[in-house]
Ligand binder design. Sequence first.
Ligand code: UTP
Length: 762
Amino acid sequence: MAALEDVESLPRGGFRCRLCHVPVANKPSLEDHLRGKKHQRLENLRTARQAQEQRSLFVSGFRKGTPASELSDYFQAYGEVVNVVMDKEKGVYAIVELKDREVLEKVLAEPQHSLGGVKLRVKPREKKDFKYTPPRKQGSAKREQLSPEKLAQELCQATDVDAQMSLVVQLFEFSEGERRLRDLLVALFQEVFLEFFPGAAILPFGSSVNGFDVSGCDLDLFLDLEKTKNFQASAKGCGEPQAEGGASPEPDARSEDSILSDIDLASAAVPEILELVATVLRKCIPGVHNVQVVPKARRPVVKFCHKESGLRGDISIDNKLALCNTRFLQLCMEADERVRPLVYAVRYWAKQQVLAGNPFGGGPLLNNYALSLLVLFFLQTRTPPVLPTVAHLRALSEDGEQTVVDGWDCSFPKDSARWESSGNTESLCSLLAGFFQVFGDYDFAGSVISLREGRPLTLPSFLASEAGSRLKLGPFNLQDPFELDHNVAANVNEKTALRFQRCCQNAAKYCRSLQYQRKSSKGRAWGLVRLFQPGAPEAEAPAAADSFVIGLPLPPAQAHQPPCQAEGAHQLSFRKACASIAAIFQEVLKCSCSETPPGLEEEEQQQQQVEAGLPAAGAKRSLDTEEGSSGSPPAKRLRADAVAPAQEGMAWQWAVWHHVWLGRRRVRRQLHGLQQTMDALELEATVSEAISQQEGEARPGSPLLQFTLCAQMGDGASSGQEPRLSLCFTPAPEQAAAFQEFFHFLQGFLPRLVRQHLASKA
Ligand code: UTP
């Protein structure tokens, strides 16, 4: 019976009617509901829609602007046409409803259709699950913008910090209307993609569904093409693909004008498929604009914007892990009622301090996912813990819950009622204070935060682990709970990591005051209000050049160096490190030092650099050979080597010729057999070589990226602290955005390789 398929069992004896989205407490209430008017009406509506679908065609390929009447006239030749619904905005497809299946069969029996001299693509309409969308209530989809003043006013009226935190959730979460708009958009995308990609599914993930929704946050979607791929494979294999149920053959995937006929989904590269997805978005989804493929992101996506609501979103096709971690976040939120307010408070605080929530992706700030994980990790480490570790959850998972995605174990009990409840009774107020206290003293660079283990992993032990050799270490190391070789904070630079810590220290100090803990009787700002005041991060939004800085510890000075020569020893270490850096760019990453521009004399060029506030630059030689001449005076080296030392530094101009920062992991896997025979540096050089070769031309017409690199001794050297080297990258002005990706790669890669290079030289 159809009604039984609509019923889903809930924990503790309850049920939910999937058709009407109605939860009920027990069996008698369920029976009442199934007999009730609402359910009966929707069942009838569903039956009518299904019958309508079965006699409808999806037609595309006609000229833009073709009126519905022309299509109707054309199909009238086969029998009665009941209705033609045109895709309103873009006019590139139409749903043609015929009188019955018989007429439909006649149309489909015709091998080819054309109208006005162009070939039509005609196929049966995709069968869709019927989804009831409750009628829109009054009110706009988007919450009214909440001004900081209004927020402060509302928060000041709460009774205590716990109440303030709950209020933050209420003020920021989606309104009913906004949630509905997202559901409608997802349903629309599903409908359209299904027409072009049989079997495809559109699945939302991220903050729209994980319980940490903030009004206006972006809509992350995963387009699952697994079934489409299978369908295409079977269509190719036997030439007679069977639609589900084995009835009528699907004509579209094998007909020569199908959107799928141009592409083999199983072997096509992700960017190629994304281009196709972008075409469908641009041409066939009403209200969608600003469609843009971002093929080089870690997870390539198509970005889009929904015109009417201003909602921004991403579609990815290779991101199943995100569905899993979204479910995990959602379960953590359900498992303890303190999780949600805590995450909201920390997110808003971090946003106000310009530490997290970079809306454009990239950049050196923590993303919201990383920040949420940080809160969850903090809750795992309380005594007693508020949340269990991921390893513990894995042990609790039962047979049907064992899940492996992309090779990673993602098993956990899928119902939070089966998670052990926490004995922790701390208030929200004290948990928030604890968060700042813990991370104000945290060594982000010297350990790896592990949600799997629920504790920080020290670097030596982590590096010895399997994932350790692949995770991109940097100034902020936060391991994904499932994809263990992914540092979700790999983009965070040293400056942001330090600022995060400092902001936590300041917040922790404030949380110790009475102003935080008690409501002001004099109407002053108290509790969260002061915490949420915009921070004045020293550099505010960092200038582009400023943000491209990587700090490295200098190699230790030689043991036999007398203390009175410590400074000289530091300089020697500095030069050694510079030699390693140059060798890595030149020999491992296959970059070249750019030529001096024709007609520009060296002095003239240096003068220009000095005027621009940069140390002089311009070089062609590997610094690997520099070590031998490290004792020679800088001015001399400047002439002899054309590598210019600034007063306490070095500078180079580098050109990058190939995308050596992309897909290294994949290539490394392909070179699996060689890993045993090569040292790490040779292996990385081979990986770059392989990437260059895959890209064809040894030296394309012009480099992909050009940048100046200035290495300088950090302050520590003169103040007796551990000496550090600071590397400042200045990309060509028009390349700043493109350079970011390369820079993020360098943040993890360069420190590791410099360490290895120095060790190999020692
Ligand atoms: P976001 O950082 O956008 O988080 O990542 P969010 O919770 O959706 O917050 P908003 O949208 O900025 O408010 C979106 C999703 O992408 C996946 C996670 O599923 C996350 O929820 N993701 C992100 C990863 O799987 N790994 C990452 O490194 C980053």
